[in-house]
Design a protein around this ligand. Structure first.
Ligand SMILES: *Cc1c(COP(=O)(O)O)cnc(C)c1O
Length: 432
């Protein structure tokens, strides 16, 4: 049970020291527990008492989708790597040797996909501005230093390098002034997206230090917060000591004439079942904030059309707006969790066909790739050949946005870089 303090649930994180007992609860034998623990040496593991008590169906574990969403899977990484780390754990290898081997495995997991660091880091007075990404003209991404953890980690997380305790792999900034100066100097930026980690892991006072100065900038139209707190710790909006202060901050943004968009990460309809989750969503919206929802499509977690249709319907019923269905990025345990693009499109279409127009604000499946966000629109016959039809929803080069293009159909392709042009066509747009 969640620890109670009077009537107030108190956040309790569960991490490596708790892992073996939880894996045993899921029914894993000793060998698989050791392998799952080996995975958790390489990729981050953290959950909390709310996720364990309210979201996971332990009778269905380890197949339960909520269990798979947060727990390391014994076969999530290449077998040889898992075996090597498992052996070191069994033999009690020194922390130094373990760290070196783990680091080497991490570097092979493409820690910074989509050229995030090399291509998107902006300059402020000629110096790279740490903890910011300015990829699309209108939107600046900001990674506050204090927001680089989450209430629980998703097993497939594409931002895993933020959490593994290796400073060289991480993006973050504690400089609220740099953020404000950069936005001020760039009138094309209308939206600041504060992300992480999860910015709502920060206290409301610290979050306010980043957000409030932005409200002085006339050309800023929206502040977005990327978060999974509505699913993983809804008490953040209900009974945490600074929950009310957080809601007052949202109200100030809205009263300042800006859109406060909570980009809620919802992976599975179960996340909307507990009563606190529904109440938290309601409270956020009562401030005038808009909740928009997004998640990647993950094998074994939410790869059923029915789950997406139910999720989108429940969200719309609660007043939230479905936004993106993403494709799992080409990093970390992609080999384990990816759903091929052709299958992803089928799933998306099947779910989309079951919902009212109010839920068809959702776009997908979307690859957030180096040149931009690419949507798979479907499969068509082009000049006698099967082809994917795609378009850029967002692009580093605005000329690419909204123009359909084709790629050769390949049932196994999982990412933009797996796709080939049709015979006789030039390179795919954005990849030339
Ligand atoms: C997705 C994304 C954004 C936001 O794009 P929208 O289409 O406006 O939601 C901004 N920056 C980066 C780097 C992104 O990946």
């Amino acid at each position: 049970m969640a620890v109670q303090n009077g009537d107030r649930p108190v956040f309790r994180a569960l991490a490596l020291p708790h892992l073996d007992a939880l894996l045993a609860r899921a029914g894993l034998d000793e060998a698989d527990r050791l392998r799952a623990r080996a995975v958790a040496e390489v990729l981050p593991f953290r959950t909390n008492s709310y996720v364990v008590d309210e979201l996971i169906d332990w009778r269905a574990a380890p197949e339960d989708p909520m269990y798979r969403l947060v727990f390391p899977q014994p076969d999530m990484l290449p077998r040889a790597d898992v075996d090597r780390i498992a052996r070191m754990l069994r033999e009690g290898a020194s922390a130094d040797r373990l760290r070196a081997d783990v680091h080497e495995i991490r570097l092979r997991l493409n820690p910074h996909p989509s050229g995030q660091r090399d291509l998107n880091t902006p300059l402020l007075d000629g110096v790279p501005a740490e903890g910011m990404q300015h990829k699309y003209a209108e939107t600046l991404l900001f990674f506050p230093r204090q927001g680089q953890t989450c209430h629980a980690y998703c097993s497939y997380c594409f931002r895993w390098p933020q959490f593994v305790g290796e400073p060289d792999l991480r993006m973050a900034s504690g400089d609220a002034e740099a953020l404000t100066s950069y936005v001020r100097a760039h009138p094309e930026i209308t939206s600041v997206l504060i992300t992480g980690g999860d910015p709502l892991i920060m206290s409301s006072a610290v979050l306010a230090r980043y957000v409030e100065p932005l409200l002085e900038i006339p050309h800023l139209e929206s502040v977005r917060l990327g978060t999974k707190a509505l699913s993983y710790w809804p008490h953040r909006f209900l009974t945490d000591p600074d929950a009310d202060e957080l809601l007052r901050l949202f109200e100030r943004v809205v009263r300042g004439g800006r859109n406060l968009a909570l980009m809620g990460h919802y992976s599975h309809p179960r996340e909307l079942e507990p009563e606190p989750a529904v109440r938290a969503l309601r409270r956020v919206q009562d401030t005038g904030a808009v909740v928009r929802c997004q998640a990647p499509l993950i094998r074994g977690v939410n790869d059923r059309a029915e789950d997406w249709a139910v999720l989108w319907r429940r969200l719309v019923a609660q007043g939230a707006v479905p936004y993106y269905m993403f494709v799992e990025r080409d990093t970390g345990p992609q080999d384990y969790f990816a759903v091929p693009l052709a299958r992803a499109h089928e799933l998306f279409r099947e779910a989309y066909a079951q919902v009212s127009g109010l839920a068809r604000t959702v776009r997908g499946p979307i690859m957030s790739a180096t040149p931009g966000k690419v949507q798979v629109d479907g499969v068509a016959e082009v000049g006698g050949r099967r082809a994917f039809v795609l378009h850029y929803v967002q692009a580093r080069d605005p000329e690419l946005v909204g123009r359909p293009f084709f790629a050769a159909y390949d049932p196994d392709a999982r990412w933009l870089t797996d796709l080939k042009p049709l015979p006789g066509d030039g390179p795919l747009p954005g990849l030339d």
